[in-house]
Design a protein around this ligand. Structure first.
Ligand code: ASP
Length: 587
C-alpha cells in the first residue's frame, strides 16, 4: 500500500505495515481472521487485510471484555480492533512475517461480520478442486496466490499504459456490440431486439476499428481490451480474453517492433523477469518450422528437427519413399542417449498419431546398425547417412516421421516439446523471447479448397500477387518460451490491394462490400500507411507469474466448459425475454 488508510472508525493503519517503528503507539486495524490460536489464557489472531497480516493478542487481565469477545472468533470473521503496538519477546519474533517483530495488544474489539466455515482453507496454499474455487471465487480471491497474480497483472498493465502514454499513444475505446470481425474464429452473437432477425457480433478484436482510427488521424492508438472468440476453452485459451491492442500510422515493421520492445522490455524489467533486454532476435517462419516444427519455437533447448530426404533418395522402404514421392518429407530428431522401454515408445507413437501422423519410426543406434522395427527395411548406408545427418552416436534414440511437410513438422514439434519436458531439458531461465517474421501470406485450406490468410486478410503482402503460394506477409509474432504472446502486421491501406486479397481468399466484391464496405469506403478518403500489433495479456501475466493456466491470473474466468460456475452463466432465459427478441426455442 502506497499511502496509509484515511483514519476512520474501522482503521487507521494497514495490518501488513505495522512494524517495530510503530512500537508503543496505538493503532486500529481491520480485516479478516486469518488464523486463531489459544495459548493458555492468551488468544492470538492473525488478522489479514490486502496489505498483509498482523498478529493480535488478547490478554484476559488487561482487556477482559475484548478477550471474552475474541473467544467467539472463527476463521474469516470480519473485525476491527484497536490496541497498542508492542514488541514481541525475542523468542516470539517471526522472521517470515514483515510484521513479525510486533503484535497488537488489543483493548477494543468490534466484530463486523460472521463467516461460515469456508469450503476450503483460505490461509493455506493447498490444492483445491478448480470448479470449487471458481464456484466460491470471492473466497478463492482471498488466497495469497490469487492476490499476488492480480497485483502482478495490475502492474503489467500499468507499465504498458505508462510507456505508451509517454510515447503519445491515445487510449480509445471501441464498440463491443458490432459486426463480425475477421480473426477467423466463431463469433459470439447478440440478438438485436429492435431488429428481429439481426444480430450484433462481439468483436474478436478491434482490428477494423483501430484501422479506422488511423484513417481518422489518431496516429497512435492503444487499448487494453476484451476480445471474444467462440472457441473451446483450453488451459491457454478462453472465450473472452484481454489484449493490449495498438495501431500506428505512417509506420513500417521496425516502428511497431521497436514500440513493442519498449513496452514489453519495460514490463519484463520491472517484474524482474529474466530475459535479455531488447532488441530481441528474429527468426523467419521458414527457419522456425524447419528447425522446431512450429512457428512458435521454444529455443531454450535442442532436439532440433532435421530433414532426412537427401539420405533417402533411393530408399526402398515404402513408408519413406511414398511420402517423398507424394511431395512430403522424412524428418527426424535425435533425442540423445535414451533407454526408453517399449511401453514408452508406444506412448510416443500414440502422441504422434494424436497430432496427425500415420506412425512413428524409432531407432536405437548400435555399432552394427539400428535396433528398430524397421531395421530390416533400411540399408546400412541409409542408416549411416541418417546417423550422420542427426549427428547420432551409439545408444542414441532417433525418432523419424514421414508425412506431408506440415504434419511431419507438427508431429515432431510436439514430440520435441514432450521429450524436452520429460527429460527435463528445458531450463527455466533465462527466458527466451524472439520475433518470428516472414510468414507466408496464405495457408491452403485443404477442406475448403481455398487460400486462407495466415494472419488476417488486412495484412499487407510482399511479393507477386499473382503467385499467392509464394506471397509473404508483413506480419510479426512475438514468442516467449514457445508461446505466442502477440502478433500483428503492416496493413493494406489501398483499396486495390485489399480487394485483391479478398478475392484471393474467396471473398468476392459483393461480399467484401457487405461485410467490410465501411472500411473500404473509409480508404477512399485517404488512408495513411499503418500497422499494429496485439498482445495477449492473460498469457503474458501467466508466463511472468510462472502459472501454467491463464485462469490463475483472471479474477473471474470461465471454466474449460466455457461456463461460469460462480454465476451459472450461460443460463436459460424466460419465454417473455425470448419473445421480445422474436425467438422461440424449438425444444
Ligand atoms: N487483430 C490482430 C489479432 O487480434 C492483431 C493485429 O493484427 O494487430 O490477432
Amino acid at each position: 500500500m502506497k499511502l496509509p488508510p484515511r483514519p476512520n472508525t474501522y482503521r487507521d493503519a494497514w495490518c501488513g505495515q505495522l512494524t517495530a517503528e510503530r512500537a508503543d503507539t496505538t493503532a486500529r486495524v481491520a480485516g479478516w481472521v486469518h488464523r486463531r490460536r489459544d495459548h493458555g489464557g492468551l488468544i492470538f489472531i492473525d488478522l489479514r487485510d490486502r496489505s498483509g497480516i498482523v498478529q493480535l493478542v488478547f490478554h484476559p487481565e488487561t482487556a477482559p471484555e475484548a478477550h471474552a469477545e475474541a473467544h467467539a472468533l472463527r476463521s474469516e470473521d470480519v473485525l476491527s480492533a484497536a490496541g497498542t503496538v508492542a514488541r514481541r519477546e525475542p523468542a516470539n519474533v517471526n522472521p517470515n512475517l514483515k510484521t513479525g517483530e510486533i503484535e497488537v495488544s488489543v483493548n477494543e474489539l468490534e466484530i463486523l461480520a460472521d463467516a461460515q466455515t469456508p469450503p476450503f482453507p483460505v490461509d493455506e496454499d493447498v490444492a483445491v478442486d478448480e470448479t470449487l474455487r471458481l464456484r466460491y471465487r470471492p473466497l478463492d480471491l482471498r488466497r495469497k496466490p490469487m492476490l499476488e497474480a492480480l497485483e502482478l497483472r495490475h502492474r503489467v498493465v500499468a507499465t504498458m499504459r505508462e510507456v505508451l502514454d509517454a510515447r503519445d499513444f491515445l487510449e480509445v475505446e471501441t464498440p463491443f456490440l458490432t459486426r463480425s470481425t475477421p480473426e477467423g474464429a466463431r463469433d459470439f452473437l447478440v440478438p438485436a431486439r429492435q431488429q428481429p432477425g439481426s444480430f450484433y457480433a462481439l468483436p474478436q478484436s478491434p482490428q477494423l476499428f483501430k484501422q479506422l482510427l488511423m484513417v481518422g488521424g489518431f496516429e497512435r492508438y492503444y487499448q487494453i481490451v476484451r476480445c471474444f472468440r467462440d472457441e473451446d476453452a483450453r488451459a491457454d485459451r478462453l472465450p473472452e480474453f484481454t489484449q493490449l491492442d495498438l495501431e500506428m500510422a505512417f509506420v513500417a515493421e521496425e516502428d511497431v517492433i521497436e514500440t513493442m520492445e519498449a513496452v514489453m522490455g519495460a514490463v519484463f524489467e520491472r517484474q524482474g523477469f529474466d530475459v535479455l533486454p531488447p532488441p530481441w532476435p528474429r527468426m523467419t517462419f521458414g527457419e522456425a518450422v524447419a528447425r522446431y516444427g512450429t512457428d512458435r519455437p521454444d529455443t531454450r533447448f535442442g532436439l532440433e528437427l532435421h530433414d532426412l530426404g537427401e539420405a533417402l533418395m533411393a530408399t526402398e522402404f515404402k513408408v519413406f519413399s511414398d511420402a517423398l514421392k507424394a511431395g512430403g518429407v522424412v524428418r527426424g530428431i535425435n533425442t540423445g542417449r535414451r533407454d526408453l522401454p517399449r511401453s514408452e515408445l508406444d506412448t510416443l507413437t500414440e502422441l504422434a498419431k494424436h497430432h496427425g501422423a500415420k506412425g512413428l519410426v524409432w531407432a536405437f543406434v548400435q555399432p552394427e546398425g539400428w535396433r528398430s522395427p524397421i531395421a530390416k527395411f533400411v540399408s546400412r548406408e541409409e542408416m549411416k547417412a541418417i546417423n550422420t545427418r542427426l549427428e547420432a552416436s551409439e545408444d542414441d534414440l532417433l525418432l523419424i516421421v514421414a508425412d506431408k511437410q506440415i504434419t511431419a513438422g507438427k508431429v515432431l514439434g510436439a514430440l520435441r516439446l514432450e521429450l524436452g519436458r520429460r527429460f527435463d531439458l528445458i531450463p527455466e531461465t533465462p527466458h527466451d523471447v524472439r520475433w518470428v517474421v516472414e510468414f507466408p501470406m496464405f495457408l491452403w485450406n485443404d477442406e475448403e479448397g481455398r487460400w486462407e490468410a495466415e494472419h488476417h486478410p488486412f495484412t499487407a503482402p510482399t511479393g507477386d500477387l499473382d503467385d499467392p503460394a509464394a506471397l509473404l506477409s508483413r506480419s510479426y509474432d512475438l514468442v516467449l518460451d514457445g508461446a505466442e504472446i502477440g502478433g500483428g502486421s503492416i496493413r493494406n491501406h489501398t483499396i486495390d490491394v485489399q480487394q485483391r486479397i479478398f478475392e484471393l481468399i474467396g471473398i468476392g466484391p459483393d461480399e467484401a462490400q457487405a461485410r467490410f464496405g465501411f472500411l473500404l469506403e473509409a480508404f477512399k478518403y485517404g488512408a495513411p500507411p499503418h500497422g499494429g500489433i496485439a498482445m495477449g495479456i492473460d498469457r503474458i501475466v501467466a508466463l511472468i507469474a510462472g502459472r501454467d493456466n491463464i485462469r490463475e491470473v483472471i479474477a473471474f474466468p470461465k471454466a474449460t466448459s466455457g461456463g461460469d460456475p460462480l454465476t451459472g452463466a450461460p443460463a436459460p432465459v424466460d419465454d417473455a425475454q425470448l419473445r421480445e427478441l422474436g425467438f422461440r426455442l424449438r425444444n
